[in-house]
Design a protein around this ligand. Sequence first.
Ligand code: OXD
Ligand code: MN
Length: 593
Amino acid sequence: MKAPTKHKKLIAWVNEMAKICQPEKIVWINGSEEEKKKLEEEAISTGELIRLNQKKLPGCFLHRSDPSDVARSEKLTYICTKRKNDAGPNNNWMEPKEAYKRAREIFSGSMKGRTLYVIPFSMGPIGSEFSKIGVELTDSIYVVLNMRIMSRIGQEVLDQLGTNGSFTKCMHGKADLNPDKRLILHFPEDNTIWSVGSGYGGNALLGKKCLALRIASYLGKKEGWMAEHMLILGIEKPSGQIQYIAAAFPSACGKTNLAMLVPPEGLKRKGYRIWTVGDDIAWMRIDSDRGLWAVNPEAGFFGVVPGTNSKSNPNAVKAIQKNTIYTNVALKPDMTVWWEGADGEIPEEALDWRGRPWKPGMVDETGSPVRAAHPNSRFTAPISQCPSISFRLDQHHGVPISAILFGGRRARLAPLVYEAFEWNHGVYMGSTVASEKTAAAEGTLGEVRRDPMAMLPFCGYNMADYFQHWVDMGNRLEKKPRIFHVNWFRTDKNGNFLWPGYGENLRILEWILYRCEEKVEAVKTPIGYVPYPKDIDITGLSLPKGTLQELLSVNIHEWRQEQEDHEKYFKQFDSAFPHELLKECNSLKRRLG
Ligand code: OXD
Ligand code: MN
Protein backbone atom coordinates (compact mmCIF):
# COMPACT_ATOMS: atom_id res chain seq x y z
CA MET A 1 0.00 0.00 0.00
CA LYS A 2 1.34 3.41 -0.95
CA ALA A 3 1.96 5.67 2.03
CA PRO A 4 -0.74 8.40 2.23
CA THR A 5 1.82 10.95 3.43
CA LYS A 6 4.86 12.80 2.16
CA HIS A 7 6.55 12.74 5.56
CA LYS A 8 9.89 11.24 4.51
CA LYS A 9 11.11 10.40 8.01
CA LEU A 10 7.87 8.63 8.84
CA ILE A 11 7.95 6.58 5.65
CA ALA A 12 11.61 5.69 6.21
CA TRP A 13 10.90 4.59 9.78
CA VAL A 14 7.93 2.41 8.72
CA ASN A 15 10.14 0.76 6.10
CA GLU A 16 12.94 0.24 8.58
CA MET A 17 10.62 -1.46 11.05
CA ALA A 18 9.00 -3.54 8.31
CA LYS A 19 12.42 -4.76 7.28
CA ILE A 20 12.96 -6.13 10.78
CA CYS A 21 9.48 -7.62 11.28
CA GLN A 22 8.93 -8.78 7.67
CA PRO A 23 5.14 -8.45 7.46
CA GLU A 24 3.31 -9.75 4.40
CA LYS A 25 1.82 -6.32 3.81
CA ILE A 26 1.60 -2.83 5.24
CA VAL A 27 -1.75 -1.11 5.74
CA TRP A 28 -2.04 2.58 6.61
CA ILE A 29 -5.05 3.21 8.84
CA ASN A 30 -7.25 6.07 7.64
CA GLY A 31 -9.88 5.94 10.39
CA SER A 32 -12.91 5.47 8.12
CA GLU A 33 -16.07 3.52 9.05
CA GLU A 34 -15.56 1.27 6.07
CA GLU A 35 -12.08 0.36 7.24
CA LYS A 36 -13.42 -0.35 10.75
CA LYS A 37 -16.05 -2.76 9.38
CA LYS A 38 -13.44 -4.58 7.33
CA LEU A 39 -11.13 -4.99 10.30
CA GLU A 40 -13.97 -6.22 12.50
CA GLU A 41 -14.95 -8.83 9.91
CA GLU A 42 -11.39 -10.02 9.63
CA ALA A 43 -10.96 -10.24 13.42
CA ILE A 44 -14.20 -12.22 13.67
CA SER A 45 -13.05 -14.64 11.00
CA THR A 46 -9.87 -15.41 12.95
CA GLY A 47 -11.57 -15.54 16.37
CA GLU A 48 -9.73 -12.45 17.62
CA LEU A 49 -13.15 -10.88 18.21
CA ILE A 50 -16.55 -12.39 18.97
CA ARG A 51 -19.55 -10.40 17.78
CA LEU A 52 -21.99 -9.88 20.64
CA ASN A 53 -25.79 -9.75 20.45
CA GLN A 54 -26.25 -6.79 18.12
CA LYS A 55 -29.84 -6.15 19.20
CA LYS A 56 -28.89 -5.78 22.85
CA LEU A 57 -25.32 -4.54 22.46
CA PRO A 58 -25.02 -2.89 19.03
CA GLY A 59 -21.46 -2.49 17.77
CA CYS A 60 -20.05 -4.50 20.71
CA PHE A 61 -17.46 -7.25 20.65
CA LEU A 62 -15.74 -9.62 23.04
CA HIS A 63 -12.03 -10.31 22.95
CA ARG A 64 -10.38 -13.09 24.94
CA SER A 65 -6.73 -12.51 25.53
CA ASP A 66 -4.04 -15.07 26.10
CA PRO A 67 -4.37 -16.18 29.76
CA SER A 68 -0.76 -15.16 30.38
CA ASP A 69 -1.41 -11.67 29.06
CA VAL A 70 -4.09 -10.01 31.16
CA ALA A 71 -2.41 -7.05 32.90
CA ARG A 72 0.39 -4.52 32.64
CA SER A 73 3.79 -6.20 32.94
CA GLU A 74 5.55 -3.82 35.31
CA LYS A 75 8.53 -6.14 35.74
CA LEU A 76 9.13 -6.12 31.97
CA THR A 77 8.63 -2.38 31.58
CA TYR A 78 11.84 -0.37 31.22
CA ILE A 79 12.99 3.20 30.90
CA CYS A 80 15.99 3.13 28.58
CA THR A 81 18.00 6.29 29.11
CA LYS A 82 21.72 6.64 28.46
CA ARG A 83 22.37 7.23 32.16
CA LYS A 84 20.84 4.85 34.69
CA ASN A 85 20.30 7.65 37.14
CA ASP A 86 17.94 9.41 34.73
CA ALA A 87 15.50 6.53 35.14
CA GLY A 88 15.78 6.79 38.92
CA PRO A 89 15.10 4.25 41.66
CA ASN A 90 11.44 3.93 40.69
CA ASN A 91 11.98 2.37 37.26
CA ASN A 92 13.56 -0.69 35.68
CA TRP A 93 16.42 0.54 33.53
CA MET A 94 18.14 -0.86 30.48
CA GLU A 95 20.92 0.65 28.42
CA PRO A 96 19.33 1.79 25.10
CA LYS A 97 21.65 -0.15 22.78
CA GLU A 98 21.12 -3.35 24.70
CA ALA A 99 17.37 -2.72 24.85
CA TYR A 100 17.03 -2.17 21.10
CA LYS A 101 19.14 -5.26 20.46
CA ARG A 102 17.10 -7.51 22.72
CA ALA A 103 13.77 -6.32 21.34
CA ARG A 104 15.00 -6.42 17.74
CA GLU A 105 15.75 -10.12 18.16
CA ILE A 106 12.17 -10.75 19.26
CA PHE A 107 10.67 -8.53 16.55
CA SER A 108 12.85 -10.12 13.90
CA GLY A 109 10.65 -11.90 11.34
CA SER A 110 7.78 -11.92 13.87
CA MET A 111 5.23 -10.53 11.38
CA LYS A 112 5.78 -13.09 8.61
CA GLY A 113 2.40 -13.81 7.07
CA ARG A 114 0.84 -10.97 9.06
CA THR A 115 -0.19 -7.41 8.28
CA LEU A 116 1.60 -4.43 9.73
CA TYR A 117 -0.88 -1.64 10.46
CA VAL A 118 0.30 1.96 10.64
CA ILE A 119 -1.87 4.00 13.01
CA PRO A 120 -1.31 7.77 13.07
CA PHE A 121 -2.90 9.05 16.28
CA SER A 122 -3.24 12.26 18.23
CA MET A 123 -3.29 12.41 22.01
CA GLY A 124 -5.48 15.43 22.63
CA PRO A 125 -7.68 17.21 20.08
CA ILE A 126 -6.13 17.17 16.60
CA GLY A 127 -4.43 20.48 15.94
CA SER A 128 -4.33 21.71 19.52
CA GLU A 129 -0.91 23.07 20.34
CA PHE A 130 -1.03 20.97 23.53
CA SER A 131 -1.62 17.68 21.73
CA LYS A 132 1.05 15.18 20.77
CA ILE A 133 1.10 12.98 17.72
CA GLY A 134 2.23 9.38 17.73
CA VAL A 135 2.38 6.69 15.08
CA GLU A 136 1.85 3.14 16.25
CA LEU A 137 2.92 0.19 14.15
CA THR A 138 1.23 -3.06 15.16
CA ASP A 139 0.30 -6.50 13.90
CA SER A 140 -2.83 -6.62 16.07
CA ILE A 141 -6.29 -5.72 14.77
CA TYR A 142 -7.45 -5.62 18.40
CA VAL A 143 -4.91 -2.85 19.00
CA VAL A 144 -6.07 -0.93 15.91
CA LEU A 145 -9.72 -1.11 16.96
CA ASN A 146 -8.92 -0.12 20.56
CA MET A 147 -6.67 2.77 19.49
CA ARG A 148 -9.55 3.94 17.32
CA ILE A 149 -11.66 4.33 20.46
CA MET A 150 -8.94 5.54 22.83
CA SER A 151 -7.43 8.25 20.62
CA ARG A 152 -8.07 10.32 17.50
CA ILE A 153 -6.66 8.39 14.56
CA GLY A 154 -6.31 8.37 10.79
CA GLN A 155 -5.73 10.61 7.82
CA GLU A 156 -6.58 13.82 9.66
CA VAL A 157 -3.65 13.15 11.98
CA LEU A 158 -1.28 12.57 9.05
CA ASP A 159 -2.48 15.84 7.54
CA GLN A 160 -1.76 17.58 10.82
CA LEU A 161 1.70 16.02 10.91
CA GLY A 162 2.48 17.44 7.45
CA THR A 163 5.79 16.61 5.83
CA ASN A 164 8.02 17.30 8.76
CA GLY A 165 6.10 17.26 12.06
CA SER A 166 7.53 15.43 15.05
CA PHE A 167 5.88 12.30 16.40
CA THR A 168 6.46 9.55 18.96
CA LYS A 169 7.59 6.33 17.27
CA CYS A 170 5.48 3.56 18.77
CA MET A 171 6.48 0.08 17.67
CA HIS A 172 4.27 -2.80 18.80
CA GLY A 173 4.20 -6.47 17.92
CA LYS A 174 2.49 -9.47 19.44
CA ALA A 175 5.33 -11.83 18.43
CA ASP A 176 4.23 -15.12 20.04
CA LEU A 177 2.80 -13.56 23.24
CA ASN A 178 5.39 -15.44 25.24
CA PRO A 179 5.97 -13.71 28.63
CA ASP A 180 9.65 -14.74 28.39
CA LYS A 181 9.93 -12.74 25.18
CA ARG A 182 7.99 -9.70 26.30
CA LEU A 183 9.49 -6.23 26.70
CA ILE A 184 7.90 -2.82 27.08
CA LEU A 185 10.70 -0.35 26.40
CA HIS A 186 10.64 3.44 26.57
CA PHE A 187 13.36 5.55 25.02
CA PRO A 188 12.47 9.08 26.16
CA GLU A 189 15.64 10.53 24.63
CA ASP A 190 14.59 9.12 21.22
CA ASN A 191 10.86 9.82 21.64
CA THR A 192 10.38 6.12 20.97
CA ILE A 193 8.49 3.16 22.44
CA TRP A 194 9.06 -0.50 21.58
CA SER A 195 6.62 -3.03 22.98
CA VAL A 196 6.75 -6.68 22.03
CA GLY A 197 5.16 -9.91 23.22
CA SER A 198 1.92 -8.60 24.75
CA GLY A 199 -1.50 -7.63 23.43
CA TYR A 200 -2.79 -6.27 26.75
CA GLY A 201 -4.11 -2.69 26.74
CA GLY A 202 -1.62 -1.01 29.05
CA ASN A 203 1.28 -2.77 27.28
CA ALA A 204 -0.01 -2.53 23.72
CA LEU A 205 -2.19 0.58 23.30
CA LEU A 206 0.92 2.69 23.22
CA GLY A 207 -0.86 6.04 23.26
CA LYS A 208 -2.06 5.45 26.81
CA LYS A 209 0.36 4.64 29.63
CA CYS A 210 3.49 4.49 27.44
CA LEU A 211 3.08 7.78 25.54
CA ALA A 212 0.54 9.82 27.51
CA LEU A 213 2.25 9.15 30.84
CA ARG A 214 5.82 7.80 30.61
CA ILE A 215 7.05 9.63 27.52
CA ALA A 216 4.79 12.65 28.14
CA SER A 217 5.97 13.06 31.75
CA TYR A 218 9.53 13.28 30.42
CA LEU A 219 8.50 15.76 27.71
CA GLY A 220 6.51 17.72 30.29
CA LYS A 221 9.57 18.10 32.48
CA LYS A 222 11.61 19.25 29.49
CA GLU A 223 8.96 21.58 28.10
CA GLY A 224 7.46 22.89 31.36
CA TRP A 225 4.12 21.09 31.64
CA MET A 226 2.79 18.04 33.46
CA ALA A 227 1.46 14.62 32.44
CA GLU A 228 -0.42 13.10 35.35
CA HIS A 229 -2.33 9.93 36.22
CA MET A 230 -5.46 11.92 37.01
CA LEU A 231 -9.14 12.07 36.28
CA ILE A 232 -10.64 15.44 35.41
CA LEU A 233 -14.19 16.39 36.29
CA GLY A 234 -16.33 19.50 36.25
CA ILE A 235 -18.73 20.28 39.08
CA GLU A 236 -21.60 22.45 37.96
CA LYS A 237 -22.76 24.43 40.93
CA PRO A 238 -26.31 25.54 41.66
CA SER A 239 -25.36 28.93 40.16
CA GLY A 240 -24.56 27.22 36.84
CA GLN A 241 -20.84 27.93 37.12
CA ILE A 242 -18.59 24.91 36.53
CA GLN A 243 -15.39 24.32 38.47
CA TYR A 244 -12.89 21.68 37.48
CA ILE A 245 -10.80 19.38 39.63
CA ALA A 246 -8.09 16.83 38.81
CA ALA A 247 -7.56 13.80 41.03
CA ALA A 248 -4.88 11.13 41.31
CA PHE A 249 -5.51 7.77 42.98
CA PRO A 250 -3.60 4.50 42.77
CA SER A 251 -5.44 1.69 40.98
CA ALA A 252 -8.52 0.17 42.67
CA CYS A 253 -9.49 3.43 44.37
CA GLY A 254 -12.44 4.27 42.10
CA LYS A 255 -11.06 6.90 39.70
CA THR A 256 -13.45 5.99 36.91
CA ASN A 257 -16.38 6.00 39.33
CA LEU A 258 -15.50 9.43 40.70
CA ALA A 259 -15.02 10.86 37.20
CA MET A 260 -18.60 9.88 36.31
CA LEU A 261 -20.23 10.53 39.67
CA VAL A 262 -23.99 10.97 39.82
CA PRO A 263 -25.12 13.38 42.58
CA PRO A 264 -27.00 11.68 45.42
CA GLU A 265 -30.64 12.65 45.93
CA GLY A 266 -29.85 14.76 49.00
CA LEU A 267 -27.54 17.02 46.98
CA LYS A 268 -29.28 16.89 43.62
CA ARG A 269 -32.00 19.13 45.04
CA LYS A 270 -29.33 21.86 45.24
CA GLY A 271 -28.76 21.60 41.50
CA TYR A 272 -25.29 20.03 41.28
CA ARG A 273 -24.18 18.19 38.14
CA ILE A 274 -20.95 16.43 37.33
CA TRP A 275 -19.29 16.68 33.91
CA THR A 276 -16.70 14.05 32.96
CA VAL A 277 -13.61 15.29 31.16
CA GLY A 278 -11.40 12.24 31.72
CA ASP A 279 -10.98 9.20 33.95
CA ASP A 280 -7.27 8.38 33.78
CA ILE A 281 -4.86 10.96 32.36
CA ALA A 282 -4.51 14.73 32.61
CA TRP A 283 -2.03 16.91 30.71
CA MET A 284 -1.71 20.21 32.53
CA ARG A 285 0.07 23.43 31.67
CA ILE A 286 0.24 27.02 32.77
CA ASP A 287 -1.81 29.33 30.58
CA SER A 288 -1.51 33.05 29.95
CA ASP A 289 -3.71 33.68 33.03
CA ARG A 290 -0.92 31.96 35.07
CA GLY A 291 -3.44 29.31 36.15
CA LEU A 292 -3.29 25.56 35.58
CA TRP A 293 -5.25 24.22 32.60
CA ALA A 294 -5.85 20.57 31.79
CA VAL A 295 -6.80 18.43 28.81
CA ASN A 296 -7.63 14.76 28.73
CA PRO A 297 -5.44 13.43 25.92
CA GLU A 298 -7.64 10.34 25.48
CA ALA A 299 -10.90 9.85 23.60
CA GLY A 300 -12.07 6.68 25.30
CA PHE A 301 -12.28 4.76 28.54
CA PHE A 302 -10.30 1.60 29.16
CA GLY A 303 -12.05 0.73 32.40
CA VAL A 304 -12.11 -2.20 34.78
CA VAL A 305 -15.38 -4.09 34.30
CA PRO A 306 -15.97 -6.14 37.49
CA GLY A 307 -17.96 -4.19 40.03
CA THR A 308 -19.40 -1.85 37.41
CA ASN A 309 -23.15 -1.60 37.99
CA SER A 310 -25.95 0.94 38.30
CA LYS A 311 -25.01 1.75 41.88
CA SER A 312 -21.23 2.03 41.58
CA ASN A 313 -21.26 3.79 38.21
CA PRO A 314 -24.58 4.33 36.41
CA ASN A 315 -22.96 6.51 33.74
CA ALA A 316 -20.39 3.84 32.87
CA VAL A 317 -23.18 1.26 32.58
CA LYS A 318 -24.89 3.52 30.02
CA ALA A 319 -21.61 4.28 28.22
CA ILE A 320 -20.86 0.61 27.53
CA GLN A 321 -24.12 -0.45 25.90
CA LYS A 322 -22.88 0.11 22.34
CA ASN A 323 -19.65 0.35 20.30
CA THR A 324 -17.71 -1.22 23.15
CA ILE A 325 -14.95 -3.81 23.08
CA TYR A 326 -15.13 -6.07 26.13
CA THR A 327 -11.97 -7.94 27.05
CA ASN A 328 -11.98 -11.08 29.22
CA VAL A 329 -15.53 -10.92 30.54
CA ALA A 330 -17.97 -13.88 30.61
CA LEU A 331 -20.24 -14.69 27.67
CA LYS A 332 -23.88 -15.60 28.26
CA PRO A 333 -25.84 -17.97 26.00
CA ASP A 334 -27.75 -15.01 24.49
CA MET A 335 -24.40 -13.52 23.38
CA THR A 336 -24.45 -10.75 25.94
CA VAL A 337 -21.78 -10.34 28.60
CA TRP A 338 -21.56 -10.75 32.37
CA TRP A 339 -19.12 -10.08 35.18
CA GLU A 340 -18.94 -10.33 38.95
CA GLY A 341 -20.78 -7.34 40.39
CA ALA A 342 -22.91 -6.74 37.28
CA ASP A 343 -26.54 -5.59 37.50
CA GLY A 344 -29.26 -8.24 37.50
CA GLU A 345 -29.31 -11.96 38.09
CA ILE A 346 -26.25 -14.17 38.14
CA PRO A 347 -26.54 -16.27 34.96
CA GLU A 348 -27.24 -19.97 35.39
CA GLU A 349 -24.54 -20.74 32.88
CA ALA A 350 -21.97 -18.88 30.82
CA LEU A 351 -18.57 -19.23 29.24
CA ASP A 352 -15.88 -17.80 31.49
CA TRP A 353 -13.26 -15.31 30.30
CA ARG A 354 -11.20 -18.13 28.85
CA GLY A 355 -14.20 -19.57 27.00
CA ARG A 356 -14.71 -22.54 29.35
CA PRO A 357 -18.19 -23.59 30.61
CA TRP A 358 -18.99 -21.83 33.87
CA LYS A 359 -21.75 -22.15 36.48
CA PRO A 360 -22.31 -20.20 39.71
CA GLY A 361 -20.72 -21.86 42.74
CA MET A 362 -17.94 -23.57 40.75
CA VAL A 363 -14.70 -24.00 42.69
CA ASP A 364 -11.20 -24.80 41.52
CA GLU A 365 -8.89 -27.54 42.78
CA THR A 366 -7.97 -25.44 45.82
CA GLY A 367 -11.61 -24.85 46.69
CA SER A 368 -11.59 -21.17 45.65
CA PRO A 369 -14.53 -19.84 43.61
CA VAL A 370 -13.93 -19.78 39.86
CA ARG A 371 -14.53 -16.30 38.52
CA ALA A 372 -16.52 -15.88 35.34
CA ALA A 373 -14.82 -12.62 34.35
CA HIS A 374 -11.14 -11.93 34.88
CA PRO A 375 -10.65 -9.45 37.80
CA ASN A 376 -8.86 -7.14 35.36
CA SER A 377 -11.38 -7.55 32.55
CA ARG A 378 -11.93 -4.30 30.69
CA PHE A 379 -14.28 -2.24 28.57
CA THR A 380 -13.05 0.05 25.83
CA ALA A 381 -15.72 2.65 25.07
CA PRO A 382 -15.82 6.11 23.49
CA ILE A 383 -16.01 8.93 26.04
CA SER A 384 -18.63 10.51 23.80
CA GLN A 385 -21.07 7.80 24.92
CA CYS A 386 -20.88 8.79 28.56
CA PRO A 387 -24.07 10.68 29.59
CA SER A 388 -22.00 13.04 31.75
CA ILE A 389 -19.46 13.91 29.01
CA SER A 390 -18.17 17.46 29.33
CA PHE A 391 -18.84 19.82 26.42
CA ARG A 392 -15.24 20.96 26.82
CA LEU A 393 -13.68 17.57 26.04
CA ASP A 394 -12.64 18.58 22.53
CA GLN A 395 -11.76 22.17 23.30
CA HIS A 396 -8.16 22.82 22.41
CA HIS A 397 -7.56 24.79 25.54
CA GLY A 398 -8.92 22.31 28.05
CA VAL A 399 -10.31 23.36 31.42
CA PRO A 400 -9.00 25.52 34.28
CA ILE A 401 -8.19 23.49 37.39
CA SER A 402 -9.37 24.83 40.78
CA ALA A 403 -8.29 21.92 42.96
CA ILE A 404 -6.02 18.89 42.85
CA LEU A 405 -6.92 15.81 44.87
CA PHE A 406 -4.70 12.97 45.96
CA GLY A 407 -6.04 9.88 47.58
CA GLY A 408 -5.33 6.34 48.60
CA ARG A 409 -6.94 3.43 50.31
CA ARG A 410 -6.18 3.78 54.02
CA ALA A 411 -8.21 1.83 56.58
CA ARG A 412 -6.95 4.18 59.29
CA LEU A 413 -4.83 7.27 59.56
CA ALA A 414 -5.92 9.53 56.68
CA PRO A 415 -9.09 11.54 57.40
CA LEU A 416 -11.94 11.58 54.89
CA VAL A 417 -10.57 14.87 53.55
CA TYR A 418 -7.91 17.40 54.48
CA GLU A 419 -6.33 20.33 52.74
CA ALA A 420 -2.69 21.25 52.29
CA PHE A 421 -1.44 24.49 53.86
CA GLU A 422 0.03 25.57 50.54
CA TRP A 423 1.43 24.18 47.26
CA ASN A 424 4.65 22.57 48.50
CA HIS A 425 2.82 20.97 51.39
CA GLY A 426 0.39 19.60 48.79
CA VAL A 427 3.29 18.26 46.71
CA TYR A 428 4.54 16.56 49.88
CA MET A 429 1.09 15.04 50.39
CA GLY A 430 1.16 13.76 46.81
CA SER A 431 4.68 12.39 47.12
CA THR A 432 3.67 10.28 50.12
CA VAL A 433 0.40 8.89 48.71
CA ALA A 434 -0.04 5.29 49.76
CA SER A 435 -2.58 2.56 49.42
CA GLU A 436 -3.05 -0.46 51.62
CA LYS A 437 -3.25 -3.91 50.17
CA THR A 438 -6.81 -5.19 50.30
CA ALA A 439 -7.72 -8.73 51.32
CA ALA A 440 -7.95 -9.65 47.66
CA ALA A 441 -4.36 -8.71 46.88
CA GLU A 442 -1.23 -10.66 47.66
CA GLY A 443 0.77 -9.60 50.70
CA THR A 444 -0.06 -8.75 54.26
CA LEU A 445 -3.37 -7.11 54.93
CA GLY A 446 -2.91 -3.44 55.61
CA GLU A 447 0.60 -3.37 54.16
CA VAL A 448 1.27 0.04 52.68
CA ARG A 449 2.59 0.60 49.17
CA ARG A 450 3.73 4.15 48.48
CA ASP A 451 2.64 5.38 45.08
CA PRO A 452 3.64 9.04 44.73
CA MET A 453 0.99 10.99 42.83
CA ALA A 454 -0.25 7.51 41.71
CA MET A 455 2.60 7.74 39.19
CA LEU A 456 4.94 5.04 40.50
CA PRO A 457 4.46 2.75 37.47
CA PHE A 458 4.11 5.64 35.02
CA CYS A 459 6.78 8.26 35.66
CA GLY A 460 9.19 8.15 32.72
CA TYR A 461 12.17 9.56 34.58
CA ASN A 462 13.79 9.91 37.99
CA MET A 463 11.06 10.49 40.58
CA ALA A 464 13.26 12.91 42.52
CA ASP A 465 13.39 15.14 39.42
CA TYR A 466 9.66 14.64 39.02
CA PHE A 467 9.04 15.96 42.55
CA GLN A 468 11.28 18.92 41.76
CA HIS A 469 9.20 19.56 38.65
CA TRP A 470 6.06 19.77 40.81
CA VAL A 471 7.79 22.27 43.10
CA ASP A 472 8.97 24.30 40.09
CA MET A 473 5.50 24.35 38.54
CA GLY A 474 4.17 25.75 41.81
CA ASN A 475 6.76 28.52 41.68
CA ARG A 476 5.64 29.46 38.19
CA LEU A 477 1.90 29.33 38.94
CA GLU A 478 0.22 32.50 40.07
CA LYS A 479 -3.28 31.04 40.47
CA LYS A 480 -2.35 27.85 42.25
CA PRO A 481 -5.00 25.18 42.57
CA ARG A 482 -5.55 24.17 46.18
CA ILE A 483 -4.40 20.66 47.02
CA PHE A 484 -6.42 18.13 49.03
CA HIS A 485 -6.11 14.54 50.20
CA VAL A 486 -9.16 12.30 50.35
CA ASN A 487 -9.70 8.82 51.76
CA TRP A 488 -13.02 7.12 51.04
CA PHE A 489 -11.85 3.87 52.64
CA ARG A 490 -11.52 4.47 56.36
CA THR A 491 -12.97 1.62 58.44
CA ASP A 492 -14.17 1.10 61.99
CA LYS A 493 -12.66 -1.38 64.47
CA ASN A 494 -14.55 -4.21 62.80
CA GLY A 495 -13.32 -3.37 59.33
CA ASN A 496 -16.60 -1.84 58.12
CA PHE A 497 -16.34 1.19 55.86
CA LEU A 498 -17.28 4.36 57.71
CA TRP A 499 -18.13 6.35 54.59
CA PRO A 500 -20.65 5.18 51.95
CA GLY A 501 -18.54 6.44 49.01
CA TYR A 502 -19.66 6.47 45.35
CA GLY A 503 -22.09 9.34 44.60
CA GLU A 504 -21.96 10.47 48.23
CA ASN A 505 -18.39 11.62 47.63
CA LEU A 506 -19.91 14.73 46.07
CA ARG A 507 -20.52 15.92 49.65
CA ILE A 508 -16.75 16.10 50.08
CA LEU A 509 -16.25 17.74 46.69
CA GLU A 510 -18.76 20.38 47.81
CA TRP A 511 -16.62 21.16 50.87
CA ILE A 512 -13.55 21.33 48.62
CA LEU A 513 -15.29 23.92 46.43
CA TYR A 514 -16.30 25.87 49.52
CA ARG A 515 -12.64 25.97 50.53
CA CYS A 516 -11.57 27.08 47.05
CA GLU A 517 -14.06 29.93 47.30
CA GLU A 518 -13.08 30.67 50.90
CA LYS A 519 -16.64 30.14 52.04
CA VAL A 520 -15.85 28.01 55.09
CA GLU A 521 -13.23 27.95 57.84
CA ALA A 522 -11.44 24.73 58.73
CA VAL A 523 -9.65 23.17 61.68
CA LYS A 524 -5.88 23.62 61.53
CA THR A 525 -4.29 20.27 62.48
CA PRO A 526 -0.64 19.17 62.20
CA ILE A 527 -1.40 17.39 58.90
CA GLY A 528 -3.44 20.13 57.25
CA TYR A 529 -6.87 21.76 57.32
CA VAL A 530 -9.68 19.39 58.29
CA PRO A 531 -13.40 20.27 57.92
CA TYR A 532 -15.68 21.22 60.74
CA PRO A 533 -18.29 18.44 60.63
CA LYS A 534 -21.06 21.05 60.31
CA ASP A 535 -19.66 22.16 56.95
CA ILE A 536 -20.23 18.80 55.31
CA ASP A 537 -23.78 18.51 54.05
CA ILE A 538 -25.08 15.07 54.99
CA THR A 539 -28.74 15.71 54.15
CA GLY A 540 -30.41 12.44 53.25
CA LEU A 541 -27.52 10.34 54.53
CA SER A 542 -28.06 8.22 57.63
CA LEU A 543 -24.63 8.26 59.22
CA PRO A 544 -24.56 6.93 62.81
CA LYS A 545 -23.83 9.60 65.39
CA GLY A 546 -20.15 10.36 65.79
CA THR A 547 -19.16 8.74 62.47
CA LEU A 548 -18.30 11.98 60.73
CA GLN A 549 -16.16 13.03 63.72
CA GLU A 550 -14.38 9.67 63.55
CA LEU A 551 -13.85 10.04 59.79
CA LEU A 552 -12.28 13.45 60.30
CA SER A 553 -10.14 12.58 63.32
CA VAL A 554 -6.34 12.84 63.26
CA ASN A 555 -4.50 10.35 65.46
CA ILE A 556 -1.22 12.01 66.43
CA HIS A 557 0.43 8.75 67.51
CA GLU A 558 -0.32 7.07 64.15
CA TRP A 559 0.80 10.15 62.26
CA ARG A 560 4.16 10.18 64.05
CA GLN A 561 4.77 6.67 62.74
CA GLU A 562 3.60 7.74 59.31
CA GLN A 563 5.97 10.70 59.25
CA GLU A 564 8.88 8.43 60.20
CA ASP A 565 7.91 6.18 57.35
CA HIS A 566 7.96 9.16 54.95
CA GLU A 567 11.50 9.92 56.11
CA LYS A 568 12.58 6.35 55.42
CA TYR A 569 10.85 6.35 52.06
CA PHE A 570 12.60 9.54 50.94
CA LYS A 571 16.03 8.03 51.69
CA GLN A 572 16.00 5.97 48.47
CA PHE A 573 16.31 9.18 46.43
CA ASP A 574 19.65 10.85 45.84
CA SER A 575 20.76 14.47 46.03
CA ALA A 576 18.29 15.49 43.31
CA PHE A 577 15.52 15.09 45.86
CA PRO A 578 14.02 18.56 46.45
CA HIS A 579 14.98 20.14 49.74
CA GLU A 580 11.49 21.69 49.77
CA LEU A 581 10.01 18.27 50.46
CA LEU A 582 12.55 17.47 53.17
CA LYS A 583 11.57 20.75 54.72
CA GLU A 584 7.89 19.76 54.59
CA CYS A 585 8.76 16.43 56.18
CA ASN A 586 10.60 18.16 59.03
CA SER A 587 7.81 20.69 59.50
CA LEU A 588 5.30 17.87 59.84
CA LYS A 589 7.53 16.26 62.46
CA ARG A 590 7.70 19.53 64.36
CA ARG A 591 3.95 20.08 64.18
CA LEU A 592 3.33 16.55 65.48
CA GLY A 593 5.47 17.45 68.47
C1 OXD B 1 -5.10 1.67 34.17
C2 OXD B 1 -4.12 1.49 35.25
O1 OXD B 1 -5.36 0.70 33.42
O2 OXD B 1 -3.87 2.47 35.97
O3 OXD B 1 -5.65 2.77 34.04
O4 OXD B 1 -3.56 0.39 35.37
MN1 MN C 1 -4.74 4.29 35.18
